[in-house]
Design a protein around this ligand. Structure first.
Ligand code: CTP
Length: 129
């Protein structure tokens, strides 16, 4: 089974590790599409702290992750899923139902987010210290 997931994965935290661990348990190979710096900016109106090259290298060194590529846009998501022959698409519950359109080419699973942590929260906490 090939699993695919997407996200910015900036300032890696326990919520990221938990979803990657759960995703990997569903199959044999976990592929992660990390949002390019420009795509992240479009989604969140701010650039990630770590650039795409460094975020990719960090993700590649997490033991649950087998392959990482850079995701350039929402529009290409269907092509990425097909290109990587993914059987299951995993996303966090903040995306609940948002990717159901891909149920025709793979199984779509949403995992509950790890409570009380996000990259945005970490940045705010550090800023306010
Ligand atoms: N995620 C999670 N639990 C958290 C935070 C993130 O399961 N506490 C999941 C998201 O649902 C997504 C993946 O991790 O599937 C990547 O999320 P990302 O947007 O990169 O992380 P956030 O911490 O949510 O970032 P931000 O605060 O910038 O939105």
């Amino acid at each position: 089974m090939i699993i695919i997931t997407f996200g910015t994965f900036d300032l890696i935290h326990i919520g990221h590790i938990n979803i990657l661990e759960k995703a990997k348990k569903l199959g044999d190979k976990l592929i992660v599409g990390i949002s390019s710096d420009n795509f992240s900016y479009k989604k969140k109106n701010k650039y990630p702290i770590y650039n795409e090259k460094n975020r990719k290298k960090i993700l590649e060194n997490i033991k649950f992750v087998d392959e990482v590529f850079i995701e350039e846009s929402f529009e290409q998501k269907r092509d990425y899923i097909l290109q990587y022959n993914a059987n299951i698409l995993v996303m966090g519950s903040d995306w609940e139902n948002k990717f159901d359109e891909f149920n025709d080419i793979c199984k779509v699973i949403y995992f509950d987010r790890t409570p009380s942590i996000s990259t945005t929260d970490i940045i705010e906490i550090i800023k306010n210290q």
